[in-house]
Design a protein around this ligand. Structure first.
Ligand SMILES: Nc1ncnc2c1ncn2[C@@H]1O[C@H](COP(=O)(O)OP(=O)(O)O)[C@@H](O)[C@H]1O
Ligand SMILES: [Mg+2]
Length: 228
């Protein structure tokens, strides 16, 4: 018990396109505490993105269990899982995953729509403004995402991740495409979100993140080889 996220005997296998199976994830036990800043390390192909996707209920395990606040994902209907994904988790990716022809505002608004936000129109507007202010891009609301710099795109993605006030931020190499200075600024944003109480789980090779982490997890061939 305890722990906002828990995995138990969690196995995820993929087909390799022929008739063989790849065991991308094989975790006996993992518990992540509420409010923790967790950094996930490991070589390319070690299962880092798979772990984030399993935690974020993006796909089902092949076997084993994953829990959010003691709720087993297996007990959720697809519609419940979709709302869990949209409301409890905020996602940030290396490639930003913004819609380039949408404005900053529209990109963030989309996350409210997907989460079937209960805020009224005015509250939604205020919320979007609040989140963009938090990351310093409130002056860019009407700009198309495709015309932003890399750093601005990632700030927009972080604002989008925050708009539904999620419990957990999941970030997959969020500074991988940024220069060192911009990467540091983005790190600082994650630190602030964490200080404000968000549980942050980040895949990164950036050693500055690792220094700040409450917990460091290293994966190799889908297994945890370090958890400290
Ligand atoms: N959708 C998929 N289909 C087939 N194999 C996959 C898929 N996603 C990941 N894999 C495989 O699972 C393993 C772990 O991948 P991944 O979690 O993306 O690693 P990492 O993020 O650490 O680079 C790799 O061998 C990868 O090729
Ligand atoms: Mg990856």
């Amino acid at each position: 018990m305890g722990g906002i996220i828990r995995l138990k005997n969690a196995v995820k296998e993929f087909n390799d396109g022929k008739d063989k199976k790849i065991r991308a994830l094989d975790i006996d036990e993992l518990e992540i505490g509420k409010g923790e800043f967790t950094v996930i390390l490991g070589r390319s192909g070690s299962g880092k993105s798979t772990l984030l996707n399993v935690i974020g209920a993006q796909f089902d395990l092949t076997s084993g269990d994953v829990y959010f606040e003691d709720k087993n994902y297996k007990s959720l209907k697809d519609s419940e899982k979709a709302l869990l994904r949209a409301r409890k988790f905020g996602y940030v990716f290396q490639s930003y995953s913004l819609i380039p022809q949408y404005t900053v505002y529209q990109n963030i608004e989309l996350a409210l729509i997907i989460a079937k936000s209960k805020l009224n129109n005015k509250e939604q507007k205020n919320r979007i403004k609040e989140c963009t202010k938090l990351v310093g891009i409130d002056g860019l609301l009407r700009k198309r995402a495709g015309n932003l710099s890399g750093g601005e795109k990632q700030r927009c993605a972080i604002a989008r991740a925050m708009v539904n006030d999620p419990e957990v931020i999941l970030a997959d190499e969020p500074t991988g495409a940024l220069d060192v200075k911009t990467g540091e600024e983005v790190l600082e944003l994650f630190r602030e979100l964490n200080k404000a109480g968000k549980t942050v789980i980040i895949v990164t090779h950036n050693t500055a993140f690792a220094e700040y982490a409450d917990r460091l997890i290293e994966l190799s061939d889908g297994k945890i080889i370090k958890n400290e």
